[in-house]
Design a protein around this ligand. Structure first.
Ligand code: CND
Ligand code: ZN
Length: 358
């Protein structure tokens, strides 16, 4: 099959023929990928910020059609449209049983579908998905059936960016009506944090980015105030807009410096939610005294604290009932052959989200 392969950090992806072992094990499904979202998490690997064994087929925000099901799969059938997530879950570990399948203790076992190769040499799978390719094999818990009237390019975005962003607000933070929110980073994920805050009826939604075009997009998704972090002091401005600081801040870039800004923007007793994926070796520091004196909280958010089989259909229902904007999120479509252009556009901050059509 055709796939985009990363052979070294900072090298362009190359379109190559790779082999996929389609001998399905118990609980696995083969999915023909139709669309894959261009998320920054792949880009962190491409530019070497987060090391990964290579060659690797990236892509983790996909959707497609079930082609075949392995032994023991009863929930899915050939022909089903699915969103493919990067967080398979076992359903019986401590995390799954306490309502946190996004943190499943067995995720690495379920991502065993490492079955890519080329001329007999191993090609690495990326977080159990590798959807910059025509097909993938995933555990059935990572293939969430979607209604047949939802376009699959939209469904693809829900499988990472939308779920991560909206979920950070409604699941991780549980923002209440009337609370105040600041969002640092208005990319594909951050715009979904913004529309999550709008869904939660936040009274003030402050968007921070370094690109004015991103701030314009933020308005479309529900931001009430805009700050260009390059020309303005974001912390000072947020604290002017909401005296004492916001109830909730969300860092959606993955930089220690902006994580520290997120902490400095919250009020006493407020919470800074870390959504961005920082470089794996990075550290972040917060003034220790204020943890104690101001009862501040710093909280991570993985995949929007999603329970995929409940939350993905829920998000798609919101879209169907015109409460959630997915159409506006797709700035561009690219064929797989032009995937490098799609990542260049992401790096330049030109797009909300691009979609690769397989
Ligand atoms: P994308 O590149 O689309 O957006 C990042 C945004 O940040 C852009 O609009 C930039 O202009 C903006 N930005 C960059 N530097 C600054 C700065 N110093 N101050 C203000 N704004 C800035 O990325 P994305 O939305 O696809 O992803 C965002 C992060 O979320 C990234 O780190 C990704 O890996 C991570 C993520 C996390 C999870 C999760 O489960 N927590 C899931 N998917 C992606
Ligand atoms: Zn992602």
């Amino acid at each position: 099959m055709k796939a985009a392969v990363l052979r070294a950090p900072n090298a362009p992806l190359t379109i190559e023929q790779v082999d996929l072992d389609t001998n399905l094990l118990t609980g696995e499904v083969l999915v023909r990928i139709t669309h894959a979202g261009v998320c920054h998490s792949d880009y962190h690997i491409m530019i070497g910020e987060t090391p990964h064994p290579m060659p690797v087929v990236l892509g983790h925000e996909g959707a497609g059609i079930v082609e075949a099901v392995g032994p023991g799969v009863s929930r899915l059938h050939k022909g089903d449209p699915v969103a493919v997530t990067f967080r398979p879950f076992c359903g019986y570990c401590r995390q799954c049983n306490s309502g946190h399948p996004n943190l499943c203790d067995n995720v690495e076992v379920l991502r065993r579908a490492c079955r890519l190769s080329q001329h007999g040499e191993r090609v690495y799978n990326f977080i159990g998905v590798s959807c910059f390719a025509e097909y993938t094999v995933v555990h059935e818990s990572a293939a969430i059936k979607v209604p047949s009237d939802v376009p699959l390019d939209r469904a693809a975005l829900v499988s990472c960016g939308v779920m991560t962003g909206v979920g950070a607000v409604i699941n991780t933070a549980k923002v209440s009506p009337g609370e105040t929110v600041a969002v640092i980073g208005c990319g594909g994920v951050g715009l979904n944090v913004i529309q999550g805050a709008r869904l939660a009826n936040a009274s003030v939604i402050i968007a921070v980015d370094i690109h004015d075009n991103k701030l314009e997009m933020a308005t479309t998704f529900g931001a009430t105030h805009l700050i260009n972090g390059r020309s303005e002091d974001a912390i000072k401005k947020v604290r002017e807009l909401v005296k004492g600081g916001v109830d909730w801040s969300f860092e959606v870039i993955g930089l220690p410096a902006t994580m520290e800004q997120a902490y400095a923007m919250i009020r006493k007793g407020g919470t800074a939610v870390m959504v961005g994926m920082p470089p794996s070796a990075s550290k972040v520091s917060f003034p220790a005294f204020s943890f104690f004196a101001e009862e501040k909280t710093v909280k991570g958010s993985m995949f929007g604290s999603a329970r995929p089989s409940i939350d993905i259909p829920r998000v798609l229902d919101l879209y169907k009932h015109h409460q959630l904007q997915l159409d506006e999120l797709i700035s561009r479509h690219y064929p797989l052959e032009r995937i490098n252009e799609a990542y260049e556009a992401l790096a330049r901050g030109e797009v909300a989200r691009s979609v690769i059509d397989l």
